[in-house]
Write a protein that binds this ligand. Structure first.
Ligand SMILES: NC(=O)c1ccc[n+]([C@@H]2O[C@H](COP(=O)([O-])OP(=O)(O)OC[C@H]3O[C@@H](n4cnc5c(N)ncnc54)[C@H](OP(=O)(O)O)[C@@H]3O)[C@@H](O)[C@H]2O)c1
Length: 330
């Protein structure tokens, strides 16, 4: 398979400013947490990356541990970059990685020490065969490491030229505010926060989004489709090959309760009345808030990606539609 990017790749995507920074991100970004590991079909992942780039998705999100096996998503993405994104195409891409969860044995392969973050970023660059990442994240707060040390490591990576921007992920509002303040003082502003946020998981609405807005920090919600629950995937049971059916998938069968299915079915009806798929409505629902820079989706096929991109066709909600959604979500 050879790849020649579409000349119309910037025609339909919307780009949003990431907080107060100079960085613009596509309204929809692609995450490589699932479907790009050594257990997955390489050519399928490669086709998804091509389709994404052809439709203006310039931002690809990774982390050291994505796979399985951990590290293999970065390795596979590196191969795709090398094979298909030569010339100056790297300059059209925003590639992120992270460290914070368990990656290697011993005391230096987990959490938020300077030792771990700096060594892990080096490893990610080697796996992806690139000189720098565009965004490097602290993947989660570390209760046992001084937050000054973790933020100092992010600042150091930027000064070394290994990351252009830095971000934080999974930090609750109070810790996010502290991290943002420290990074500002160090002269390496925090440009983005990556929290879990969807119609089914709304903790960010209780303070975090306000902190980000006050400080001019962008927001890129992960698992916007609740790992597939907010789509038509599970409306008629658990299909073979779905994330919930796969042993290595992070969505567990027991998370698909009758109660949730009733909510999903009711939301699906509203989506149909809007002439949208439920996935499209779930993405649009997040993007209606101007504090949301980009929505970070996953996809196991080109068809799913196409469907999700269709969200951009209708991002508007009538007041009455929003009220109905609130009622369903309780
Ligand atoms: N910072 C963090 O701690 C953290 C944690 C988790 C994720 N993330 C990031 O967020 C990204 C997205 O997370 P996610 O994969 O959980 O996002 P998601 O968009 O909520 O779920 C993606 C999954 O939903 C299903 N799906 C997607 N589009 C569909 C459609 N149109 N119709 C039917 N099913 C559809 C697919 O599952 P099937 O496999 O069943 O087809 C797909 O793999 C990750 O890749 C990663 O970059 C970050």
């Amino acid at each position: 398979m050879s790849y020649d990017p579409s000349s119309g790749r910037y025609d339909t995507m919307q780009y949003n400013r990431c907080g107060k920074s100079g960085l613009m991100l596509p309204a929809i970004s692609l995450g490589l947490w699932h479907n790009f590991g050594s257990v997955d079909v390489f050519e399928n992942g490669r086709a998804i990356v091509h389709r994404a780039f052809d439709h203006g998705i310039t931002h690809f999100d990774l982390a050291n541990n994505y796979g399985p096996l951990p590290g293999s998503a970065e390795e596979n993405f590196g191969i795709i970059l090398k094979k298909d994104f030569g010339g100056n195409l790297r300059d059209e891409m925003i590639i992120s990685s992270k460290a914070g969860y368990l990656m290697w044995p011993g005391p230096y392969g987990n959490w938020g020490s300077r030792k771990y973050l700096i060594a892990s970023c080096e490893q990610s660059l080697r796996r992806m065969q690139i000189d720098y990442v565009d965004i490097f994240y602290s993947h989660r707060p570390d209760p046992d490491t001084d937050i000054e040390e973790t933020m100092g490591a992010l600042d150091y990576l930027v000064r070394q030229g290994k990351a252009l921007y830095v971000g934080i992920s999974n930090y609750p509002a109070k810790q996010a505010a502290k991290a943002i303040e420290i990074l500002k003082r160090l002269g390496t502003p925090c440009v983005i926060h990556q929290p879990k946020y969807s119609m089914l998981e709304r903790w960010v609405e209780n303070g975090l989004l306000d902190v980000l807005e006050e400080n001019g920090v962008g927001c890129i919600p992960f698992s916007p489709l609740a790992q597939g629950l907010l789509t038509d995937r599970y409306l008629k049971g658990i299909p073979e090959g779905s994330r919930a059916a796969n042993t290595h998938g992070f969505l567990k069968k027991d998370e698909i309760t009758e109660e949730k299915l009733a909510i999903i079915k009711a939301l699906n009806e509203i989506a149909q009345e809007r002439s949208q798929s439920l996935a499209q409505m779930a993405i649009a629902w997040l993007l209606k808030d101007k504090r949301i820079t980009s929505v970070l989706i996953g996809a196991s096929s080109v068809a799913q990606l196409d469907n999700n991109l269709g969200a951009l066709g209708n991002l508007k909600f009538e007041k009455e539609e929003l009220e109905r959604i609130e009622k369903v979500l309780g």
